[in-house]
Design a protein around this ligand. Sequence first.
Ligand code: ZN
Length: 173
Amino acid sequence: MIHSTHTIFGIFLITIFYEVFPFLNHHIPFIYAAVIAAVAALVPDLDHPRGYLSRGNWAIISIAIRRTTEHRGWTHSLIGAVIFTVISIVIFWYFHAKLLYAFPFFVGYLSHLLSDSLNPTGVKWLWPFNERKLKSSIRTGSEGELIFHNLILFSEAGILALNIMYQGGSLFH
Ligand SMILES: [Zn+2]
């Protein structure tokens, strides 16, 4: 999947969590959670030289990760999600930020694995315990991905509009 699909899907998934569990907003403002989930949704592709975060200042991290794995190796698994979430906790702790921010980070990371599971390369969710891949038929950059991308974008816009109209914009305060 291309990076904008990952970003939008990350925001979409955390929005669903906030709609289902409104109390989350008391602990982490929705806007913060959305930004964290959007960034986290880009992290797994640090294992790819053309990943959105694999260029510029982050290139050194990407190079280090690529020494440990091929594309869609451990970074694209539940273990990878846990490892990077623990790293995010250390970073939040270092910057005196709320450690709870790790929650939207984890959700954003999982959203990446979910959307990558929609294409034929698939995702080995349970690596290294199980090599089986969850996969489907939407190719990266294909018309199918564009449809998925737009579907999620319109759904997100719809949820936010309904929240503003019927729930007093509860997500935003
Ligand atoms: Zn990926």
